[in-house]
Design a protein around this ligand. Sequence first.
Ligand code: AMP
Length: 119
Amino acid sequence: MEETIFQKIIRKEIPADIVYEDTDILAFKDVRPIAPVHILIIPKKRITSIAEMKDEDAAVVGKMFLVARNIARDLNISEKGYKLLIRVGKGGGQEVNHLHVHLLGGARLTENIHPVGEE
Ligand code: AMP
């Protein structure tokens, strides 16, 4: 399995603007934000995508959503609302093959899910 840039961020080999960390989860600001708040929440364990997720990953994936909820609360965007986005595979637009939830908020968000062509 090819190494991803997110594994280098987990090992602190490349810098990231980390907003939360525990033994299972890391959250950091997206380097190319598409909303005023744009944070990526990732498991430290390598899970390639939701399509590759194993039954035993359910707890850590659930924890990713709790972390997203807590960060949204801390940033005071819970009340207005926000978007959680997970892309799955090439056809879903996933570029980094390490599972990540995008936490997007701080503005009224449009549906940015238009097909861009054939796979
Ligand atoms: P996706 O298209 O869902 O796989 O999203 C990958 C996201 O990772 C994109 O929004 C990128 O801007 C973001 N990204 C890629 N490299 C980095 C990095 N070194 N630090 C922070 N975010 C990154």
